[in-house]
Design a protein around this ligand. Structure first.
Ligand code: NCD
Ligand code: ZN
Length: 343
């Protein structure tokens, strides 16, 4: 049993860094990563080449001095996005994000008519810009625990048939159905998996009281779904890679009568993953999950530099203060016994 793990500097291929004071407060927590795909769901959303470039500049300014972290920027798709928008963002953004309108935090400007977006998606395919998908339907009659499965059948499968050459990432897969769907695709489809979906299920959200820090979207599901996610992440399958979906909210937003969705995992995602992969007897698959599978699908050079995780005494991390209240760090429900060496 080794007490250190050396990894290539990892990629977080789904990250919310927010803006303003929260960006300032959380940016350092991702600085061990080589790169991250930055989500564009600001208010207002990041919908043009100019706003993407300006947001990137604000992120770079918020990072600790000397941090070797590259933000990989994305476009927020709306009903008003045109093929010309795609031409304009080529070279500025690597991917575009599809939020079905009202599916999750800050998605009110998301897409209502996904079929009408086909010319935009075709232009993305031509230019090699990836489509990142929040895979949940929003129909009121669909149960929240079924929204991912219904999305695959009603929305994603037809979309992929309409634009077969488009590269698609099904983000933050939360169900066995989602895992099986990615596995069934011939090519052009991969999925990100978060750290929190690997370690909590809906009992951790709802048994013994409501646990608002475990509330995120897609909502955590049954133990068997979590087990399917662990199997997919830890078995070396190149179609799955890490996207933390670290989504900071202040306590006043998380703990109110209508608590916000999102788990702030950035400071603990690597220790959680080391724990999960070690428990699965699959530490040899951790490095490719974190730095190889995603880079290959995105067509970006894999990181060469390394970081080391070291085993340590159990610890917990305090909330991060902001002018709008503290941001609690996600608690996986077990003791953290790995940390980044030299951090
Ligand atoms: C994310 C957020 O807070 O921006 N929330 C979440 O529960 N994951 C949005 C998202 O990725 O769905
Ligand atoms: Zn997200």
């Amino acid at each position: 049993m080794s007490d250190t793990i050396t990894l290539h500097r990892p990629d977080d291929l789904h990250l919310h860094l927010r803006d303003g004071a929260i960006l300032e407060a959380v940016a350092a927590a991702s600085a061990d990563f080589a790169r991250a795909i930055i989500m564009p769901n600001l208010v207002p959303p990041v919908t043009t080449a100019d706003t993407i470039a300006a947001y990137r500049t604000r992120i770079e300014a918020a990072l600790p001095k000397g941090a070797a972290f590259e933000p990989l920027m994305t476009l927020y798709l709306t009903d008003d996005t045109t093929p010309e928008t795609i031409d304009a963002i080529d070279g500025v953004a690597i991917a575009a994000k599809l939020y079905p309108a009202h599916a999750t935090t800050n998605s009110a400007s998301g897409v209502n008519d996904i079929e009408a977006l086909t010319p935009v998606l075709e232009r993305m395919a031509e230019r090699g810009i990836l489509l990142l998908v929040h895979g949940e339907v929003t129909d009121h009659e669909v149960d929240i625990f079924d929204r991912e499965a219904v999305f695959l059948e009603r929305v994603l499968d037809p979309l992929r048939r309409r634009v077969p050459s488009l590269k698609v990432v099904l983000e933050h897969i939360s169900s066995k159905t989602g895992i099986d769907y990615v596995k069934s695709a011939d090519s052009g489809l991969c999925g990100t998996i978060t750290a929190h979906h690997l370690v909590i299920d809906r009992n951790d959200l709802l048994v013994g009281g409501i646990h608002p820090y475990n509330y995120c979207l897609p909502i955590v599901k049954r133990a068997r779904d979590r087990e399917a996610l662990v199997e997919a992440a830890t078995n070396g399958d190149t179609r799955f890679f890490f996207g933390s979906d670290s989504a900071p909210h202040t306590d006043p937003k998380k703990l109110g009568p209508c608590g916000a969705a999102g788990c702030f995992t950035a400071p603990v995602s690597l220790p959680i993953l080391a724990h999960v992969f070690e428990e699965a007897g699959a530490l040899q698959h951790l490095d490719p999950f974190l730095s190889r599978h995603g880079a290959a699908f995105y067509g970006i050079a894999p990181a060469e530099a390394t970081i080391t995780l070291e085993r340590c005494e159990p610890y917990t991390l305090p909330p991060i203060p902001t002018p709008d209240g503290p941001i609690a760090v996600f608690d996986p429900g077990f003791a953290l016994t790995w940390r980044v060496a030299g951090a």
